[in-house]
Design a protein. Sequence first.
Length: 199
Amino acid sequence: MTNDKWRIERELRTAGLEVICGVDEAGRGPLAGAVYAAAVILPFEIDLPGLNDSKKLTEKKRNELYDLIIDSAVSFAIASADQNEIDEINILNATYLAMNRALETLSVKPEISLIDGNRSSGVMHKNKCITGGDGVSASIAAASILAKVSRDRYMLEMADVYPQYAFEKHKGYGTKLHYERLCKHGPCELHRVSFLKRI
């Protein structure tokens, strides 16, 4: 995270936009499970120690920040699009679907949403793309943590339902272990059929 993680939000506030939401996803790449998205409106310039891109944090730190973000957010929402929707409309459109579901569920409506990445054509709300946003924007970093922790917890629950795939170890990503289990057991209802071309 850059030292000034509020720079982008501050510039937007200077331009007259005060209710700013961060949006990010987790789980675009896995072979199994839903893609998750989170939308977060934080109190402006709140100090959340250690806030950063979820991928750069330990699991313990992500869980700590998850609780802090939920406790302090002006509004937040977490949503998903499941593996059947991913297979039906493709992963990019399913990601937009999850983002729109999260944005629509917010109790406070944002004036603009900051989207991590360089594409947002399917997001049905006023937005601004920020490449590498989870490392430079506090709002997007918070969303990345909520999405990542929520999806990881969901995959841990699925590990109990489908113990033969060891989802608790790889969260559905295409690791060597996951492919070994797929070859042995075949896919289950949780797998994305459109992602299994290599098997």
